[in-house]
Design a protein around this ligand. Sequence first.
Ligand code: C2E
Ligand code: MG
Ligand code: MG
Ligand code: MG
Length: 276
Amino acid sequence: RAKSNGSDSFELYKREMRFQLNEKFQIENDLRKALERGEFSLYFQPQFDARSQRYCGEEVLVRWNHPDEGLISPGKFISIAEETGLINTIGEWVLREACFQKKKWIDNGFPAVPVSVNLSTKQFLKRSIVEIVSDILQASELPPHLLELEVTESITIDIQRTSDSLKRLQSLGVQISLDDFGTGYSSLQYVSQLPIQELKIDQSFVRNIGNGKHNEGIISMIINLAHFLKISVIAEGVETKEQLDYLVGLKCDKVQGYYFSKPLSVVDFERLINNW
Ligand code: C2E
Ligand code: MG
Ligand code: MG
Ligand code: MG
């Protein structure tokens, strides 16, 4: 009985694996065509000053409008794009679109606050990332300080090359934010040596506010660390008033999350900012 149970579940496992493999190949194939077909679009999630709740920037989050599957979130395709190298083309497209959109907003009188673009570690480890950013800034005529790049702690895997690229990006005038902070492996020494302007507290810590002292100790440690390093700190995934109040109490500088707004299309984002 136990044995047949075991082999049943093995059959199920094999079927599941096959399904996942097919799905992966399917996604990879579709991804290759998606750029040409214009299936990607940018969503924007506003960021606010924690105390005054003034609008202070936005994060760009890519979405894929698949012809059959509908809107697909990056959690489903970014890792496949990274494995196949397609992330370089997609990422460059996102960066370009974001800079041109931001320039348009500035020209139309929107507040001159930075736009944040996520960079995959794969993109970041390419030397050419500095040239790509530089070219896009020139073409879009966006002032460099209005572009912020979000990188994750995994960039510290190759610390020598990384700090070199970060320094060159910094000398272009763009800002760097360390995303998902607290979930990676970087030593505090690296963090204090890298030319970064912002730490971004991972949403897993924010979600657990109120659930235990341990977690709250980590949040307060990250905020104090940032302030000690004289850089800014933002919390992502803020969903409730309680979480916001808690973060304001700890002097967190900025906040972002569903409590204020989910990521929005260009039209919806403009409406939100105009009415804020
Ligand atoms: P991330 O950069 O840490 O982005 C935050 C994610 O949390 C976003 O998911 C956002 O929609 C979601 N979020 C924001 N506020 C809340 C909240 O209050 N509650 C909850 N539960 N979630 C919230 P999304 O858009 O699905 O993106 C997931 C990840 O995909 C991003 O994590 C980022 O690592 C990656 N990603 C998104 N766009 C790009 C891109 O253009 N390039 C690269 N390389 N990665 C991207
Ligand atoms: Mg920022
Ligand atoms: Mg991010
Ligand atoms: Mg994050």
